[in-house]
Write a protein that binds this ligand. Structure first.
Ligand code: UQ1
Length: 455
């Protein structure tokens, strides 16, 4: 199957929007499926409108329903996607450990029937009028708005990337889209010798560990088949380089130093502060982020991580900060200008690593504060920045990085084990337990991450 880059079909934080072109496609309206009552001139009214049916949008709408405080159609959810993807699983697909089709569900089937689902795209926000307009021309109004449409993964951000990942003969892939994640596993299996290059771009990315997780899995599989010798770069049939725009392996010093040790032990060459900006045949064009100009590097296999950024309809709205993300308070998740607007997840300005694990902590905080505000109260809950990155370091081992604001570790199992040491137990959490609990519990509103199940 030829991985084909298509225009985004969704903007949920489940990266369906991953395979991204610059603009959204005109909305496909499934309006007839979502209800029969006509939208009036003044628009349909809801108590709460949630924009985005990804991890955050589904988790939040279902946690809200479970409070018992909302009647049918009090809550609305807007998302044009046909599919909801379990994106954290795409690294496992790239590593040949999962089938990508097992990691997605039809989005309309995941939305609770009591939630009014608009399977449409947002055209714009008018926060002064408490209104969201849809691409169908319809307008819906709200008492409170929750904005969590995720981040755009932009395959056009690196010259030549879209074409290369779409070309079945080009040894270029990315685990950052449904269409291309399985090509990564084929490219890894096909490489018998030469230069493998893995990249991590400048700017925000979701799951900041994924660009190297796929490298560690590839390294392990080449080592097992005798194609990679970690002790002798000169004689190893395959050579591995990691080109990252960052000056270090990871943003949290505790885990970064452990990953740096692994990198050195395993003979991986680092090109720190190198940002992939173009692909010309088998040559990668890298910009030195330290001002050192442009570097060209030959590769026989490339795993690329596209640059990412806010969706245009967020960036161009009154809700955005200068960087284009929804401008909320780091602790309360309330919008800095519009007190009935809230945000979390990848689309938000929250200065933490963008992961599904972060949603387990953000969702209850947002809900707690919003419900209190609805009753005229203060904002009781404060988010500490919790997020997590289960870092695959080889087949059978994961380093469970968990941290909060200030790049400070906040480890669930830290009392029992050193989470900086990769372990088999964490591998099974990542590979088997998290996908299971995600679909069976988290998106249904009954999972609180490190705090376990919710009532
Ligand atoms: C988690 O709850 C979760 O969601 C199901 C993940 O998958 C996306 C995670 O990666 C992590 C780390 C959590 C947090 C839960 C525990 C038990 C550490």
């Amino acid at each position: 199957m030829v991985p084909r880059i298509i225009a985004p079909r969704s903007y949920g934080n489940r990266v369906a929007s991953f395979v991204s072109t610059q603009t959204f496609q005109p909305a496909r309206s499934f309006a007839s499926v979502v209800g029969s009552s006509p939208i009036t001139e003044s628009g349909r009214k809801h108590k709460i409108v949630v924009v985005g049916g990804g991890s955050a949008g589904l988790t939040i709408s279902n946690q809200l329903l479970r409070t018992g405080q909302f009647a049918s159609e009090d809550i609305a959810l807007v998302d044009p996607a046909e599919w909801h993807h379990y994106q954290p699983g795409w690294t496992l697909v790239g590593g040949g450990l999962k089938q990508k089709s097992d990691l997605r569900r039809k989005l309309p089937e995941m939305v609770d029937p009591k939630v009014r689902f608009y399977n449409n795209q947002v055209q714009g926000f008018a926060p002064e009028d408490n209104t969201v307009s849809l691409s169908t021309g319809d307008r819906i109004t709200y008492e409170h708005l929750i904005v969590c449409p995720g981040i755009k993964v932009d395959f056009n951000s690196i010259k030549g990337l879209s074409e290369a990942v779409s070309d079945p003969h080009a040894p270029v892939s990315s685990i950052y889209s449904y269409d291309t994640c399985d090509k990564a596993s084929r490219n890894i299996a096909d490489l018998k010798d030469g230069q493998a290059l893995f990249t991590h771009p400048a700017g925000p990315v979701k799951c900041a560990g994924a660009p190297q997780k796929i490298m560690w899995l590839a390294l392990d599989s080449w080592k097992r088949s005798g194609l990679y010798n970690p002790d002798s770069r000169a004689t190893s049939p395959i050579k591995i380089d990691f080109a990252t725009a960052m000056p270090v392996m990871f943003g949290v010093p505790k885990y970064s130093s452990r990953l740096e040790e692994l990198r050195v032990q395993r003979g991986v060459e680092a090109l720190f502060q190198h940002d992939l900006v173009g692909i010309e045949g088998n040559t990668a064009v890298l910009n030195r982020t330290d001002g050192g100009g442009t570097v060209k590097k030959h590769f026989d296999m490339l795993h690329a991580t596209p640059k990412m950024g806010p969706h245009a309809f967020i960036k161009e709205s009154a809700l955005a900060n200068e960087a284009g993300f929804v401008d909320v308070d780091d602790g309360t998740l309330q919008h800095k200008k519009f007190s009935n607007v809230w945000s979390c997840g990848d689309a938000s300005s929250l200065p933490t690593s963008k992961t599904a694990a972060a949603i387990t902590a953000q969702a209850p905080i947002l809900i707690n504060n919003m419900l209190s505000k609805m009753q005229g109260g203060a904002l009781p809950a404060t988010y500490d920045g919790y997020t997590s990155c289960p870092l695959l370091t080889e087949y059978g081992k994961v380093m469970l990085a968990e941290f909060k604001y200030g790049a400070q570790p906040k480890e669930t199992f830290g009392r029992f084990v050193d989470q900086g040491t990769p372990s088999r137990a964490f591998y099974h959490l990542k590979k088997d337990f998290f996908p299971w609990v995600y679909f069976n519990s988290m998106v249904k509103g009954t999972w609180a991450g490190p705090k376990g199940w919710k009532r």
